[in-house]
Design a protein around this ligand. Structure first.
Ligand SMILES: NC(=O)c1ccc[n+]([C@@H]2O[C@H](COP(=O)([O-])OP(=O)(O)OC[C@H]3O[C@@H](n4cnc5c(N)ncnc54)[C@H](OP(=O)(O)O)[C@@H]3O)[C@@H](O)[C@H]2O)c1
Length: 255
């Protein structure tokens, strides 16, 4: 197989959560360029339609399906639609996450806890379960869980968010062990600080950036499409012997 054939995704169906903007939209654009039909899932239908239009305008294939990651009935309905429209799911990028609280552990209440854990962890788990059932039928598939460098080094003020990201790395290993014999690979991507709406409060905070940038060997935040190369690698046959692993893409901050 040639190098370009290893990254080729023609005929594959990829479901991406949180795909209307940021890291998810950048990844969907790249997977579509590699030939996959991308299913874009997040909450707001208009934003998803815009994202799908952008991909189609560049000759990619995209289907938008609105889905709240923390609502299991919506997650089940998403995969019912994927099954009835395409009859298969080859790639899942679990990417939609929330961080509703920036503050001390002493201020965290049950509402903050439930929202964060529901979207970031319960959502990733059941999206993976639905995708893996479809993948098992074909005897192959790749699940990519977008976690964070916070999984390894939690930031003060983001403890609940960080612990969901650490749990995702454990979930990645557990799913990889159980599903490897069925031909399904499961890996995590741990981005460093990336210039998206999600991180806008940090990236646009001059004081924070003056503190953090000297700790980043590459001396800047990432752009969303700088995560796409790793996602394409993990989605494709280029990573055919890679499973149960976590990949840091962080400009060197954890070095
Ligand atoms: N940006 C960073 O610095 C950074 C660093 C490390 C890790 N990450 C991780 O990277 C991933 C993507 O973040 P991003 O920075 O690209 O964020 P972003 O630009 O804000 O995009 C978030 C996406 O998730 C969707 N979303 C939010 N809540 C959702 C829900 N409950 N159900 C379904 N979709 C939902 C949003 O669309 P709707 O609002 O329409 O639903 C949007 O499409 C997240 O897992 C995040 O933890 C980001």
């Amino acid at each position: 197989m040639s190098v370009s054939e290893r990254f080729e995704l023609s005929g594959k169906v990829a479901v991406l959560s949180g795909a209307s903007r940021g890291i998810g939209l950048a990844a969907a654009t790249t997977l579509a360029q590699a030939g996959a039909h991308v299913v874009l899932a997040s909450r707001k239908p208009e934003a998803l339609e815009d994202a799908a239009r952008q991909i189609r305008d560049a000759d990619g294939e995209a289907t938008p399906i609105a889905c709240h990651n923390g609502d299991l009935a919506q997650v089940a309905a998403l995969f019912e639609q994927v099954q009835s429209k395409f009859g298969r799911c080859d790639i899942l990028v679990n990417n939609a996450a929330t961080n509703p609280h920036y503050g001390s552990v002493l201020e965290v209440d049950e509402k903050i806890w439930d929202k964060t854990v529901d979207v970031n962890l319960k959502g990733y788990f059941f999206m993976s379960q639905h995708a893996a059932r479809l993948m098992k039928v074909n005897g192959s598939g790749s699940i990519i869980n977008v976690a964070s460098v916070n999984a390894i080094r939690p930031i003060s003020g983001q403890v609940v968010y960080s612990l969901t990201k650490a749990a995702i790395c454990s979930m990645t290993q557990g799913f990889a062990k159980e599903l490897g014999p069925s031909g399904i690979r499961v890996n995590s991507l741990l981005p460093g600080i990336t210039n998206t709406k999600f991180a806008a409060a940090l990236v646009q905070n001059e004081q924070f950036m003056e503190q953090i940038v000297p700790q980043i060997p590459l001396r800047r935040a990432a752009q969303p499409d700088e995560m796409s190369g790793m996602i394409l690698y993990l989605a494709s046959d280029a990573s055919s012997y890679t499973t149960g692993a976590s990949f840091v893409v962080d400009g060197g901050i954890l070095a």
